[in-house]
Design a protein around this ligand. Structure first.
Ligand code: GLV
Ligand code: GLV
Length: 322
């Protein structure tokens, strides 16, 4: 069996595959950049499985090259918007992801962003390094408390739920949420309030955190209209997918005080970042690292490898999407 791994991933997953006697072909050239289409085309040919990452656009054309040998595309990510599921179905390819293992890490990163923007940590760090700290001041770099504030969770999946838990248990925040369906148990446990329409929720939030997958229906879910519905004092946090926010307008909104700040881990055209954002102090930008802890990335590698092993041994992989 031959496995094509599009980018180097943690060793532990590779070892699992090698222990099965599989030939593992790692696209080592793509250590610090995305795999090119050519590299994918070459690597996929004759492979039995593909271990892909979120920067790989796996479309019908690429899948075609993998037929008839490829049986499974194991994505090293919880999100799978990089894979054309319809084409995979047509080609009878299994697709898997890595849910659950990264939930807590992404929720922690969400909180790291929320705390950092509210307490102006990045800005204060830049200030200190630039030798601007000349005297303590009563109104030097004033921020905002999280405690007692209202958090709007957009998308109550695993990650959104975990973020709500930290918000309630750690900061006694009030939780509002919007999702295709209400979750009465969650409401009871966290004293949360459900909004069927995001429009009805946004005006009440001090912080809004996005936890929905990228779908046609969530593309630019947060656009000019929605940002204008938010409080002028509110903050937007995004650790989901960049295309969910109209990034060009977000930059404008941050510049013009439509909202107070934002902290985002994902970008609409990543790795490109809207240049205007980089000049603003009221935004924190992290390079899609919300799941990037050693522990979690190892678990993701194990999970992706296990999905491949199960599929190639004729069983249903545990994290089958379609
Ligand atoms: C990261 O963005 C993931 O989907 O795992
Ligand atoms: C992703 O894991 C989610 O359900 O939020």
């Amino acid at each position: 069996m031959k496995i094509f791994v599009t980018r180097p991933i943690p060793e532990v997953g590779i070892k699992m595959l090698q222990a099965k006697g599989y030939e593992v072909l790692i696209n080592e050239k793509a250590e610090n950049r995305s795999a090119t289409k050519d590299e994918m085309m070459v690597g996929i040919k004759g492979a039995d499985a593909i271990l892909s990452v979120l920067t790989d656009k796996i479309d019908a054309e690429i899948m075609e090259v993998g037929l008839p040998t490829v049986k499974i595309i194991a994505n090293y990510a919880v999100g799978f918007d990089n894979i054309d599921l319809e084409a995979a179905k047509q080609s009878n390819l299994m697709v898997t992801n890595t849910p659950g293992v990264l939930t807590n890490t992404v929720a922690e990163h969400t909180f790291a962003l929320m705390l950092s923007i509210a307490h102006r940590i990045s800005e204060a760090d830049r200030f200190s390094r630039a030798d601007k700290y000349k005297a303590w001041g009563p109104s030097l770099l004033l921020g905002t408390d999280l405690s007692g504030k209202t958090l709007g969770v957009v998308g109550l999946g695993r990650i959104g739920t975990r973020v709500a838990l930290h918000a309630v248990r750690g900061f006694e925040m009030k939780i509002l949420y919007t999702d295709p369906k209400a979750n009465p148990e969650f409401e009871k446990e966290f004293g949360a309030q459900y909004f069927e329409r995001i429009d009805d929720m946004l005006p009440h939030c001090d912080f809004v955190s996005i936890h929905v997958p990228l779908l046609d229906s969530t593309h630019h879910l947060i656009n000019e209209e929605k940002l204008k519905m938010m409080k002028k004092t509110a903050y937007l946090i995004n650790t989901s997918r960049g295309q969910i926010v109209d990034e060009k307008y977000l930059a404008e909104a941050l510049k013009n005080g439509v909202i107070r700040g934002a902290a985002i881990d994902v970008f609409e055209f990543e790795p490109e970042i809207t240049p205007e954002l980089k000049n603003l102090d009221n935004v924190i930008l992290t390079p899609h690292i919300a799941s990037a802890t050693e522990e979690t990335r190892n678990k993701m590698a194990e999970m992706a490898a296990q999905n491949i092993i199960e599929a190639l041994e004729g069983r249903t992989p545990p994290n089958l999407i379609s």
